[in-house]
Design a binder for this molecule. Structure first.
Ligand code: GAL
Length: 428
């Protein structure tokens, strides 16, 4: 198995061994709790629809438990994470909250003593055999497993409207950055209002998401991973080159000053006023929720320069230390990790199941192709969604990108320096 990759294989016996005989505080009891509060940032559109499918199942299985949906709107959790932090500091943890697999769960929550060890739950549910071994590692600290992955999203997806592309004379997906720029020129010449759709609102996370993709596309997965292991410098030539690409892409947007959130910005694709949009695959669920049709109103390809590369992220659920309704939370975690729960949630959320045994006949053509790519592509973690970065780095990256854009997207060296400082501040 290549370094840094996660494969769709059942977990290795190593994990089974690691969990045998472990005692953990997540021993189960029947759910007699009268309330359950789940905390996410899935407040509307496709995101709320996915969550709703899981909530309906939970309510049917736990009719005596009142369900409290404490979602805080704002893509990528920019607002939710701040509210969560202050609630936890005040001793008011929700019963379960959403967090990304990778450094977000491990460094920002587990290492801070904020989560209960779920190893025993993995053992009783047989999850060592249901999830990819390397995915479990992304929620594990010192041999203890701290969260339950409900999905896999892909970050590096290129979206466009086939009719708008046809008008501009674009008949196939660009595969390289050069081909992408050639097509952006075609959109421009054809009078397409926004050749490159940019979502600059919501604390700039979507602009950081675009940069995250550009870094991979421009320097390749090994050099990209080196940014986080220390072997690639944020102030070196590879990042300088990537930032030129980023700057050039922004010049095809609304002068990089778009203040829309990802949902509003992405509507330019289905309405035909936008050319290309780089966004995670939750966009597809959002558009379907708005009535758009895959293949007619929008279509997809891997981000140019990242064909054969899957930049992944995974939403997981946790059991915070101090949860008031612990048994109700364990019932939620069991459902979230089950095949039934994942196959109800993911087709509406626009993600594939984290489990290896999901029923693909329930998923649309985009998600079927994502599942095929997930099984064969070179996997690389997302920075903007917590795999390679903890909450602190993500907030610093969003701020650095926001500063760059408000300065007219001119100061490439300043952006590189800010990103290097963010990396230096990451606790090793
Ligand atoms: C990601 C999250 C996705 C989706 C997206 C946009 O961080 O993992 O599930 O919600 O933000 O809000």
């Amino acid at each position: 198995m290549r370094k840094g990759s996660i494969r769709l294989i059942a977990a290795a016996s190593v994990i089974a061994l690691a969990i045998t005989g472990c005692s953990s505080s997540s021993d189960e009891a029947a759910n007699t709790d009268t309330e359950f509060e789940i905390f996410t940032w899935w407040a509307s559109g496709g995101e709320a629809a996915g969550l709703g499918a899981l909530v309906d199942l939970y309510k049917a299985q736990n009719p005596e438990t009142e369900f409290i949906n404490a979602s805080v709107a704002g893509g990528a959790g920019v607002n939710a994470k701040a509210v969560l932090e202050s609630r936890m500091a005040a001793g008011d943890a929700p019963d379960s909250f959403q967090a990304h697999a990778g450094l977000e769960v491990i460094a920002s929550y587990a290492a801070q003593g904020k989560l209960e060890d779920l190893t025993a739950l993995y053992q009783s549910e047989g999850w060592d055999k249901s999830f990819p071994a390397d995915l479990i590692k992304q929620t594990t600290l010192d041999g203890k497993i701290y969260s339950v992955p409900v999905n896999i999203h892909r970050a590096n997806v290129l979206w466009w409207n086939p009719a708008t592309a046809a008008k501009a004379g674009i008949t196939k997906a660009p595969e390289t950055l050069d081909e992408m720029f050639a097509d952006l020129e075609k959109f421009k010449k054809a009078g397409v209002k926004t050749p490159m759709v940019l979502a600059g609102g919501e604390g700039s996370w979507a602009m950081a998401h675009l940069l995250d993709y550009v870094l991979v596309a421009s320097m390749g997965p090994e050099k990209f991973e080196g940014l986080f292991s220390g072997s690639t410098s944020w102030t070196g030539p590879e990042v300088a080159e990537a930032l030129k690409v980023y700057q050039r892409l922004l010049s095809y947007g609304d002068k990089g000053k778009n203040s829309f959130g990802w949902g509003e910005a992405g509507a330019a694709i289905t309405k035909g006023t936008g050319g290309f949009f780089i966004m995670g695959d939750w966009a597809s669920a959002q558009w379907q929720n708005e009535g758009a049709v895959l293949g007619t109103d929008y279509t997809f390809a891997p981000g140019p320069g990242t064909v054969g590369i899957y930049q992944w992220l995974s939403d997981t659920f946790t059991l915070p230390v101090g949860a008031k309704n612990r048994n109700a939370a364990l019932a939620w975690l069991k459902l979230s990790g089950s095949k039934e729960g994942q196959d109800a949630f993911n087709p509406l959320k626009g993600s594939i199941a984290a489990r290896t045994d999901s029923d693909l006949s329930l998923y649309d053509d985009y998600l079927k192709s994502a599942a095929a790519d997930w099984a064969k592509d070179r996997l690389v973690g997302s920075t903007a969604h917590g795999v390679t970065a903890d909450n602190k780095f993500m907030a610093s990256m969003n701020a650095a990108v926001g500063k760059y854009i408000s300065g007219g997207a001119k100061d490439n060296a300043g952006l590189a320096k800010d990103l290097a400082a963010a990396q230096a501040a990451v606790v090793k």
